[in-house]
Design a protein around this ligand. Structure first.
Ligand SMILES: *Cc1c(COP(=O)(O)O)cnc(C)c1O
Length: 424
């Protein structure tokens, strides 16, 4: 229960109720909930006036460097239910060389979420969701995943003594499948995509009574994910950036951040400025981009979805209208990049700046370059790219020149120009 000893038994929570994201119908908090009667995600609502009165920004000083520092804006009511593996605040890493080359007068910042437990930002959502599951007496949880969410759920469930069942597409990177198993969950490899896995979890929910922790089917993962937005605001001195590039799968992060910004404004911690929210998808799986281009409110299933960026290979998102709303309300846009562009962006940032992104994070940089080239963003913008997992979790291109001991080394051929930028 790291860092929470100082908080005491009862957390000062301000949750008033849950609300259907489509119809605004109210539901009670403090009982187990899934989707609304309308089949849509439920959002957690708070007494924001109460928070505004109780909590000046300066109260954060001296609190743990963790997402739990924002506990008044989170739903967990009792400290003993908090399940923690050390949810650090993640750094904002500038890309100064690339910015000097591409964005004179502007700034490119990578929010590196790979530093979190289990190596991805799925830890934020699952830390809060599993804490709430414990608070509400859940003993078994299940979810479909492309890897990172399942790993985070497995870890937090083991930590809290909850049994976990995880269903992945059978081409999920082996490292993800194995970390899920190592962290104590039952893991199944399904010959389909994440939404096919979701159907199996739905059946398990009916047959075996599992609690279904699929993206946006329970109300609390989004609350954990929204801490990315609060943390970003705090790190930038409560002045949000001009534009945020977000690799979008199920969309919890973008929906959560947009919710966070509204809540921060309501409690008086930020002014009216909002970033433009940019959805980044892969050209092989771009349902939100297509819907945005067509001006549609919902995004039908993308058939034959394929991309190397597994975290954003989500053919259909139940929160599609909430993602699209955040993009439109913010004056942002939705854009797709090819797997080739992702691969190029991946090695470019790693070699030039020493920052090993994940492929989904690389997609945001590819999209940034594209948007700069076609004038959709300005060079002087302060842009934040979300890197949502550690690059170390992904299979990388083959490398390494063999050297045989006993043969003379060809030093002339071996020694390269040491400055990485000189290669371009
Ligand atoms: C899950 C995931 C995403 C997509 O996040 P959502 O908030 O669900 O849209 C992006 N990148 C990585 C690495 C992920 O694991």
């Amino acid at each position: 229960m790291s860092g929470l000893a100082a908080i005491g038994e009862d957390l000062p929570t301000f949750v008033t109720h849950l609300e259907c994201s489509l119809t605004a119908e109210r539901y009670p908090a403090d009982t187990l909930q899934t989707l609304s009667k309308a089949g849509r995600p439920l959002l957690v609502r708070y007494d924001l006036d109460g928070i505004r009165r109780a909590l000046p920004r300066r109260a954060l000083a001296g609190r743990p460097q963790s997402l739990w520092r924002y506990r008044e804006l989170l739903p967990v009511r009792r400290a003993q239910n908090v399940v923690s593996l050390g949810e650090v605040m993640t750094p904002l890493i500038p890309l100064p060389r690339i910015a000097a080359r591409l964005a004179t007068g502007g700034e490119i910042l990578v929010k590196d979420e790979g530093r979190l437990p289990t190596g991805s930002f799925k830890a934020r959502g699952l830390a809060v969701a599993v804490s709430m599951a414990r608070e509400l007496g859940v003993d078994t949880m299940a979810m479909p995943t492309n890897g990172n969410a399942g790993a985070a759920m497995a870890a937090y469930c083991s930590r809290s003594g909850i049994k976990a069942y995880v269903f992945c597409p059978d081409d999920t990177p082996a490292v993800n499948v194995r970390e899920i198993a190592m962290q104590g969950a039952e893991v199944f490899l399904v010959d389909g995509l994440i939404d096919d896995c979701g159907k199996l979890v739905g059946e398990g929910e009916r047959v075996a009574g599992w609690f279904n922790c699929s993206t946006l089917r329970e109300p609390y993962r989004i609350e954990g994910k929204k801490t990315m937005g609060i943390e970003l605001a705090e790190q930038l001195g409560w002045e949000l950036p001009d534009v945020i590039f977000y690799p979008t799968g199920g969309g919890t992060g973008i929906i959560g951040m947009w919710k966070a910004f509204a809540e921060l404004a309501a409690i008086g911690w930020i002014g009216p400025k909002r970033p433009r929210m940019v959805v980044v998808q892969a050209t092989g799986c771009a349902p939100i981009v297509r819907a945005w281009q067509e001006g549609a409110e919902h995004a039908p299933r993308w058939e034959n979805a394929r991309t190397v960026a597994a975290g954003i290979r989500v053919p259909q998102a139940i929160g599609d209208f909430l993602i699209l709303r955040a993009v439109r309300e913010s004056g942002g846009f939705a854009t797709a990049v090819s797997d080739d562009a992702i691969a190029e962006a991946w090695s470019e940032v790693a070699a030039e700046e020493g920052v090993l992104l994940c492929p989904e994070g690389a997609a945001t940089y590819a999209a940034y370059k594209q948007a700069l080239a076609d004038g959709r963003i300005r060079r002087e913008d302060r842009a934040v790219l979300f890197n949502c997992a550690s690059g170390l979790k992904y299979p990388m291109p083959d490398a390494g020149t063999p050297l045989q001991l006993g043969n003379a080394v060809d030093w002339r051929g071996l020694v390269k120009d040491r400055r990485p930028t000189a290669r371009r």
